[in-house]
Write a protein that binds this ligand. Structure first.
Ligand SMILES: NC(=O)c1ccc[n+]([C@@H]2O[C@H](COP(=O)([O-])OP(=O)(O)OC[C@H]3O[C@@H](n4cnc5c(N)ncnc54)[C@H](O)[C@@H]3O)[C@@H](O)[C@H]2O)c1
Length: 259
């Protein structure tokens, strides 16, 4: 018996990176999983691998019509949603604000912020039909501080925190909990491959060495926190923010020299 038996879980950007880790874990815990995203070949392959309790649906999170169709497909296949994970996200190429083009700003805010807003809008009625449920927005440690050269990304993740807290207030009485997770630097294509419009991946210049836990995070580090937050074990948690970053936000660890 799994923690998510008979529950329908929709993960955006679920075909690769952290999303695929989440999808696999939910499926292993008994859920019906909906892999929702734009990467059709990997999404279909993952659904085929996982079998009858998995479905790929094409979803561009920036498109409201695409959201309605995805939620409808999920419900038609498995029944109303229990969990929505707003995981899809994109990074901007490193650039100062003064040279960041408006279209880059719009694209990053469109996916990371508007995508989650549209997701909450589309999923809330389905979660209500389920008698309640959980939404988790995957934000970032970049949404807690500032990061030079990443204004669109940082702004999108800060705003996602406000959206999380507001949705938690609006949906709490419908037994829908809304929380955020702030991953630190996690080993996925997000950091090992260059962002659109960029030549170098973040992994070329980032080092975890100064921090309390001196390693990159793994998708499974985030998956375990996500499964807890969306399980009944976290039934009193809403509007909360779960930082899983190996101590990144603490700043560099102190180096004690032997006297
Ligand atoms: N990897 C990190 O270091 C890190 C750190 C903090 C936060 N995050 C956040 O974690 C989340 C997952 O990122 P990841 O590390 O797995 O990166 P990733 O690049 O592997 O995955 C991002 C996913 O989003 C999907 N996507 C992009 N645009 C989309 C759209 N318009 N509609 C639907 N899907 C779309 C991609 O196809 C991909 O599957 C993102 O929100 C990211 O901002 C990542």
């Amino acid at each position: 018996m799994g923690r998510f038996d008979h529950r329908t879980v929709l993960v955006t950007g679920g075909a690769g990176g952290q999303g695929a880790s989440h999808v696999r874990a939910y499926q292993a815990e008994g859920a019906n999983v909906v892999i929702a995203g734009i990467d059709e070949s990997r999404g279909c392959a993952l659904a085929a691998e996982l079998g009858a309790r998995a479905l790929y649906v094409r979803l561009d999170v920036t498109d409201e019509t695409s959201w309605s169709a995805a939620v409808q497909a999920a419900e038609g296949h498995f029944g109303p949603l229990s969990v929505l994970v707003n995981n899809a996200g994109v990074q901007n190429p490193a650039a100062p604000i003064e040279t960041t083009e408006r279209r880059v700003w719009d694209r990053i805010l469109g996916v990371n912020l508007t995508g989650a807003f549209l997701g909450i809008k589309a999923a809330a009625p389905s979660l209500r039909r389920n008698g309640g449920g959980v939404i988790v927005n995957i934000a970032s440690t970049s949404g807690v501080g500032g990061t030079a050269m990443y204004a669109p990304y940082v702004a999108s993740k800060w705003a996602l925190r406000g959206l999380t807290k507001t949705a938690a207030l609006e949906l709490g009485r419908d037994r829908i909990r809304v929380n955020a997770i702030h991953p630190g630097v996690i080993a996925t294509p997000f950091i090992t491959e260059p962002a659109v419009g960029s030549d170098a991946p973040i992994s070329d210049f980032y080092s975890a060495e100064p921090f309390a836990i001196p390693r990159l995070g793994e998708p499974a580090d985030i998956t375990r926190a996500l499964l807890f937050l969306t399980s009944d074990e976290a039934s009193f948690a809403t509007g909360s923010e779960f930082v899983i970053d190996g101590g990144l936000l603490l700043g560099p660890a102190l180096q004690h020299e032997a006297a």
